[in-house]
Design a binder for this molecule. Structure first.
Ligand SMILES: [Zn+2]
Length: 426
């Protein structure tokens, strides 16, 4: 990469990052707001804002409301300085999107896919869909600034590799980051689906404005993303929030796909609900589930949810039981972590109220009163786009983090920055 701009000393970069964060997250819209909110001097703010404008990261737009005297010009992040490509890989689907640098979706495509067919097939398809998006999106802004991928399993965030993912055969240790970085010559970040869901809800959904949030995804499995003191908490290795494998019973008959016994996920996850529904269909306890089984040869969690919403008592009992178990786990999390908001998302959580009601009742009954006094428990608000919105937010957070921006700000943009350069900085 060639340097288009002069080098920035460390303290200048600190101020630049602080000011850019203020502007791009919509907290400050004028130089005087920046002075008030960052505690930086007026001259420094003016200088750094000038640099951000010169580097094409900030624009000075319409005249804002006057507070007496000359009305200030509004500062805005130039979210169309470049574009991002993101892919949300689920157990049974691929969602891809091209977005601006503030997460606005310019093009989107989703289709069924099976993660268990392995990385080569799945990621070749992602390549093809990225190419399709780039070809068919009109007026794509700038160059490719970064790529974000999320997968339904544990990921070592530093290296961008899945680590022993239970439902992703063939993916263990697969170098997702270097594969994409090599092909696209752009920085790449990879994370698990739940962290990405949490980032999406926090940046653009129901968790906006909350600093301590637990986002629970109830899909085939169960996991949680944690926003702690205004940051996504990934933990030492990136496995924080893996609440589906907390042991909740001591019954050797409850075998989890992770190899342990008694995990929450093995009792209350979508996979477990499907299996319980299948058993109820086979032994004649539920006529509705029997119909589902006859119709497509299997019973899924969605079938159980649908039967419950139609009043099937067996399906209702299953969802209530799952909700109580998830709620009991979350009550412990509430006592331990004291969030102001719990967000419930994922395919299983999307359908019936029953599950949410059971979760909510159990959390309030079993947590400490001080921890639940102002606790909100809400449904995920971004629906099926949550994954791609969150993946875009993940890339932006990384691109503008202090240690990453320092490596591309002189070049003017991060295009061309690949994983080798990222690894060197870590
Ligand atoms: Zn387990």
């Amino acid at each position: 990469m060639s340097a288009r701009f002069g080098p920035l000393p460390d303290e200048s970069l600190d101020a630049l990052v602080a000011i850019l964060d203020e502007i791009r997250l919509g907290r400050s819209r004028s130089r005087s707001e920046l002075v008030a909110r960052t505690g930086l001097g007026r001259a420094i703010v003016a200088q750094r804002v000038g640099e951000l404008i010169e580097r094409g990261l900030v624009t000075e737009g319409d005249v804002g409301p006057s507070t007496g005297g000359r009305p200030p010009r509004q500062l805005a992040f130039r979210s169309e300085a470049g574009h991002l490509l993101v892919a949300d890989l689920g157990a049974t689907s691929i969602d891809v999107a091209v977005t601006t640098l503030d997460g606005r979706i310019l093009g989107h495509h989703d289709e069924p896919a099976r993660i268990e067919t392995g990385p080569e097939r799945c990621l070749d398809r992602v390549d093809a869909l990225f190419d399709l998006l780039v070809r068919t999106t009109e007026d794509l802004p700038g160059r490719l600034w970064g790529i974000g991928i999320d997968v339904p399993g544990p990921v070592e965030f530093e290296s961008g590799r899945p680590i022993s993912p239970p439902i992703m055969p063939g993916w263990d240790g697969y170098p997702i980051r270097s594969r994409f970085a090599g092909r696209y010559q752009a920085p790449v970040w990879v994370d698990n689906d739940v962290n990405v869901l949490a980032l999406g809800e926090w940046r653009a959904g129901v968790a906006m404005g909350h600093d301590n949030v637990v986002v629970v995804k109830i899909g085939t499995g169960i996991g949680a993303g944690i926003i702690s003191d205004g940051r996504l908490h990934r933990g030492a290795q990136g496995s924080a929030g893996d609440v589906g494998h907390i042991q909740v019973v001591d019954d050797p008959a409850v075998v989890c796909r992770c190899g342990n016994i008694g995990c929450l996920e093995a009792l209350a996850g979508g996979g477990a609900l499907g299996q319980a529904g299948m058993a109820a269909a086979r032994d004649g306890r539920s006529a509705r589930l029997r119909t589902a089984l006859d119709r497509h040869g299997t019973v899924t969690a969605e079938d159980v949810a649908r039967a419950a919403s139609l009043g099937d008592p067996v399906a209702v009992a299953m969802l209530q039981s799952a909700g109580r178990r998830i709620g009991a786990m979350l009550a412990s999390v509430v006592n331990f972590f004291n969030p102001s908001l719990i967000v419930i998302g994922g395919g299983v959580a999307n359908s019936p109220d029953l599950l949410l009601v059971a979760i909510r009742e159990t959390i309030y009954r079993r947590s400490l009163p001080l921890a639940t006094r102002d606790l909100l428990i809400q449904r995920s608000s971004l629906g099926s786009l949550a994954g791609v919105i969150g993946a875009s937010a993940m890339v932006v957070d990384q691109l503008f983090a202090r240690d990453v921006i320092g490596r591309w700000i002189e070049a003017g943009e991060p295009s061309g920055l690949t994983d080798l350069e990222l690894a060197r900085a870590g």
